[in-house]
Each structure stands twice: as C-alpha cells, then as structure tokens.
Design a protein around this ligand. Structure first.
Ligand SMILES: [Zn+2]
Length: 340
C-alpha cells in the first residue's frame, strides 16, 4: 500500500484489505478511503477529506503526499487517521461533481436528491466516518477531528479561509490553534445547520470540524503546492503530535454569517456581480438582493459577501452575508450571541 491517489484514480482496491508498515497498520476501506492506525497507541482520531468537489485538486495532492510520507515512515503517526477522497468519479473526470453537489447532501439530505452516484457516495461517506469514529467508543477519551479540504472556484479578497459549522458546544481549542497555525486569512462561523460534510461530523459525530478553502483550484498535477505549506505543516503537526508551527502572517480575521440569501423565486435578483470575489465588502444600505415581497439591504455598517451565485436553482442559497467580529468573541472556543 503506497499510492493512495493513483490507486483510487485507477479504481483499484475497491474492496477492503489491510497490512502493516512504517509503524502503522493500514486498512483500505473501499474506494478513496484509507485508515491508518499507529501501532503504539493514540489519543486522537483525525479524519482528513479532500476531493468532495472533484476539481479541487491541490488538497487531494496534499493528502496523497501525507499518506506517502506516513506509509514509508518518513512522518511518524500518533493519531488514528482516516484519509478520504470524497468523490473519486468526479476527480477522475476533473469536474466539481457529475450530477449533484455532494456537499449539500450530508446529514441524510442525500435522500431528498434524485438517486445518483453522488447520493450513494454521500451515504457511504457518512457511514465510513461514523464507523471510523465509533471504533474508539469503548476505549473512550479519544478526541475527534475532521478537516474537509477544498479550494474555491472564485477569487477571494481573503484567499485562504475556514468555515466552522454551527454548533452549540464550544469550538475545540486545538482545532482553532491549528487553523491559526495554518495561516488562514479568515475564519467564518456558521450560525445555522447545513448539509456540508463538516457540519455532519460536528453535529452527528461530535467531531471538532472545519471546512477549509485553500486558494484557487487548478488541474491535477499543476498546483503550486508551496502555497499550501502552512496548512500542510499544521496537518503534519496534528497527525504526528508535534507542536503547531508559529504563524508568520497578520492575525486571522473572524466573521459570522448574518444571513443566507435564499433564492425563493425565479424573479430573484442578486445585485452582486456573479464574478465578485469572496469577502467583497458593502456599505450599510446597499441593496444586495430582491425578489417579490422581499429585499435585503446591508444592515450593519459593513457586510461582506461569500459564495455569491445568482444562477443557483430556486430554493437554494445564492450567497451568504457576513459581519466581522472581534477575535476575542471566539475566546475559549465560545462565540458570544449576536448583538442583533
Ligand atoms: Zn469545494
């Protein structure tokens, strides 16, 4: 077992198999799923996923290199680790998805979509993650982490950012420390549930979870992986149990989602250019969208747009509006209640 990505891309090893090498036991869980367990014991279980969107290639290459270094013993492993390539069929095709976006389907929402390879895959991914974390239930005391790695399609004024799922319990401090070390430019805190992989693992599996958007997507093999050094180093520190690298850039900015702009009508109009970069700011009073019976104007002194997409299907989210909050508002992992 030494070539996680290539074997996945060739569609090989689709049946479970296992072995031992480099101070760890490996177990192939099925297409695009590899579990690594250190022979010397562990206190954390970490799931790293990439390729939930098949054309977001740089994180796929990062996970492949990480797997290679662990399997050859170049990097010691001190956590139980699950490596997941989310949508192998879409990765092979170089497409975001083939039928529907998997990252809207988690938490059982796949049953509301027309049956496709992606609804089947979303269900498989839920089961694989659930089984992975459940393996430690009897031993207890094992902390759970899940990082879902993406790259954005559009430009972003803050190029690297994380999205924390909505949760009522405090955010995990090691997770926050690792995101700081990963030199993210910004962290966005969701205020309501969603169908993402990280929301699923946070809500249903009690993992410390985050979705990461790590710059812009390029074709497989054409990425300049040096741009991903900081996240790579932070993940390597996490899985090998060493201290987090020191952040060398400006402090991470913190945002909270004010509202989702839902497209409820075919007459919906988004007054934000379809190619507007993420984190484009708008001043108070700016009309951002309108549809019959409803208009949304910027309510705070300044609000920022994230993932604007006027062409989504009716009933889906055409963008999110953010406010910036002081870093201290996430002190101790707890986000204070919104002021309004
Ligand atoms: Zn993505």
């Amino acid at each position: 077992m030494n070539d996680f990505l290539a074997q996945t891309l060739r569609g090989e090893m689709s049946t479970p198999s296992c072995g031992e090498q480099g101070g760890l036991r490996w177990r192939w869980l099925g297409e695009g799923g590899l579990e690594l367990t250190p022979t010397a014991g562990y206190q954390r279980a970490v799931a790293l996923s990439a390729g939930i969107h098949g054309n977001e290639t740089a994180p796929i290459e990062l996970l492949d290199r990480l797997a290679g270094d662990l399997l050859t013993g170049r990097l010691p492993l001190t956590v139980r680790l699950l490596l997941v390539l989310g949508n192998p069929a879409a990765i092979r095709a170089g497409k975001r998805y083939l039928h529907s976006d998997i990252n809207r389907m988690f938490g059982g929402r796949h049953s509301r979509f027309p049956l496709s390879g992606e609804t089947v895959r979303a269900h498989w991914l839920e089961q694989a993650l659930t089984a992975f974390f459940a393996a430690d239930v009897l031993t207890g005391g094992v902390e759970r982490y899940h990082y879902d790695l993406h790259t954005a399609i559009r430009d972003s004024l803050l190029p690297r950012f994380g999205l924390l799922p909505f949760q009522e319990r405090p955010y995990n401090l090691l997770l926050l420390e690792s995101l700081t070390a990963a030199e993210l430019d910004a962290l966005v805190v969701h205020r309501e549930p969603g169908g993402t992989f990280s929301h699923f693992s946070s809500e249903q599996l009690m993992a410390a979870s985050c979705t990461l958007e790590l710059g812009k997507a390029r074709p497989l093999g054409e990425n300049d992986l040096s741009q991903f050094d900081a996240i790579d180093q932070a993940l390597r520190a996490l899985v090998s149990g060493t201290s987090m690298p020191v952040r060398r850039v400006a402090p991470m900015r913190l945002f909270s989602v004010v509202r989702s702009l839902m497209k409820r009508s075919e007459a919906f109009q988004l007054h934000v250019a379809g190619d507007a970069p993420n984190f484009t700011p708008f001043a108070r009073g700016t009309l951002l969208c309108e549809q019959p019976g409803e208009a949304y104007r910027v309510a705070h002194e300044r609000e920022w747009i994230l993932f604007p997409n006027p062409s989504v299907a009716q009933g889906l989210r055409a963008g999110m509006v953010l406010t910036e909050i002081a870093p201290g508002e996430l002190a101790g992992g707890v986000l204070s209640q919104p002021a309004d």
